[in-house]
Structure formats: C-alpha cells, structure tokens
Design a protein around this ligand. Structure first.
Ligand code: SF4
Length: 226
C-alpha cells in the first residue's frame, strides 16, 4: 500500500470526530456478541483495504457491528462479507471465497474494498453530519487510488452518498437514481455501478442472488479491463 494511503488509513483508525459513533463502537466492543464473547474486538473506525493500484472500488455504507468492527477489516467476519467474497472469488477478484479475519491471507486483484462511513452507526442509520464528516476520507480514498476506473456501490445509501459527493466536488446537478445493475458515467470518467447490498435480508428474500452479483462483478472487470 502507498505511503499516502497508509497515512490516510492510520488517520481514519484514530479518528474520533463523531462522538455518538465512538461511544457506540466502544459499547458493542465491550458487550460483544455471544458467539464472539472471548474475542477482543477491533473497536475502532474501519479503514478500506486492498490494492493501491486498484481499478475497482467496492463501496459499502458502514462496517458491521460484529463484522468489520470486530475484525478490523471491511466486509470481514459477517454474512454480507461471506456472500460478497464467494462472488469475488468466483469472478477471480479474490484468492479465496471467504473473509473471516484480518490475517486470513486474503489477496484482492486490482480492487479496493471500503465503506463510505468508517464507523458503525446505531441501527445502521448514520446522521447527516456524520456522513458529511466522514466524506472527507472517501474523497481522499478516491484521490489516492489513481488507477480507479469503476466503483460498485453496494446498496442505495452508499450509492446516494457517493453521488452526493461527486455532485458536491464537481459542482454538477446531474441526478443519479439507484437501480440494480445500472451504470453511470461520473464527471472524472469513472463508471459507477449500482448493486443491491449483500445483506442477509436481501439475500434471504432473493432480492440479490449470487448470479446477479456475479454478473455485476464480471461487468465491472470488463469495464475496468483487468
Ligand atoms: S464516522 Fe468517520 S469521521 Fe466519524 S468518527 Fe468515524 S472515521 Fe471519524
């Protein structure tokens, strides 16, 4: 990882700009989930991870309470991550079909995985000022990932916040509507693809199937050419 990206991630890990979220992270890390009661939770903001030369970014909304917040890596140690990495492996984007813990030898090909908000919010509902504060880090990730060509936004909230930042940073009025599989050209020539979030609810109700998400990753690889 480049020095700038490492520096950014170290800043994220130490960030305490949102008192409500800092408090919530500490609470869940102390209380823990029954099946993880003997584990030490990461208990800090969760930075992105992956390849510094990534052509593809996978963007979620926020780390999971007992996934990323426990393991210290986005989409790691929860059901959403399990579904996501089965697909990434099938698309030959990751070297393994699971993402269980921070040191599980996972390697991503030309891909960076991150969340718009780096801290888990209570009820998965961030406040507007928390999203605004954290958007600075998302903008910096975009700036530091110089080879980025495609962003896959997982879920409407991640999609809407990503497009909001683009509208703000590039001073454009273009409207972007979340529709699974739809792609948009962003003002910096990246392609944004909307995808349903691989949450257990979306997967259990079959709103998102493995075939559907596999198709999105194949499309992204083709556009990004890797
Ligand atoms: S959500 Fe972002 S800005 Fe707020 S404390 Fe976490 S890392 Fe900092």
């Amino acid at each position: 990882m480049s020095i700038k990206l490492k520096k950014l991630n170290n800043t994220i890990i130490k960030c305490k700009k949102c008192p409500r979220l800092v408090k919530f992270i500490s609470k869940i890390s102390l209380e823990k989930r029954k099946q993880n009661i003997n584990e030490k939770y990461w208990g800090k903001p969760v930075p992105g991870f992956g390849n510094e030369k990534a052509k593809l970014m996978i963007l979620g909304l926020a780390p999971a309470a007992h996934g990323g917040t426990r393991t210290g890596r986005a989409f790691t140690g929860d059901k959403s991550g399990k579904f996501l990495f089965t697909s990434l492996y099938s698309a030959k984007i990751s070297n393994q079909n699971f993402s269980e813990k921070n040191n599980d030898n996972l390697i991503l090909q030309s891909t960076y995985v991150t969340n718009f908000l780096k801290c888990v919010p209570p009820g998965d509902k961030p406040l507007n000022d928390e999203l605004i504060k954290c958007s600075k880090y998302f903008t910096e990730e975009l700036y530091n990932l110089k080879n980025l060509k495609v962003i896959i936004a997982l879920g409407k909230v991640a999609f809407d916040n990503c497009t909001k930042i683009y509208r703000h940073n590039f001073k454009i009025n273009k409207r972007f509507k979340f529709k699974h599989g739809k792609k948009y050209l962003l003002p910096d020539n990246k392609i944004l693809i909307a995808c349903y979030h691989p949450s257990p609810r979306n997967v259990n109700t079959k709103l998102l199937t493995q075939t559907m998400i596999n198709r999105i990753f194949r499309k992204a690889k083709k556009i990004a050419r890797f």
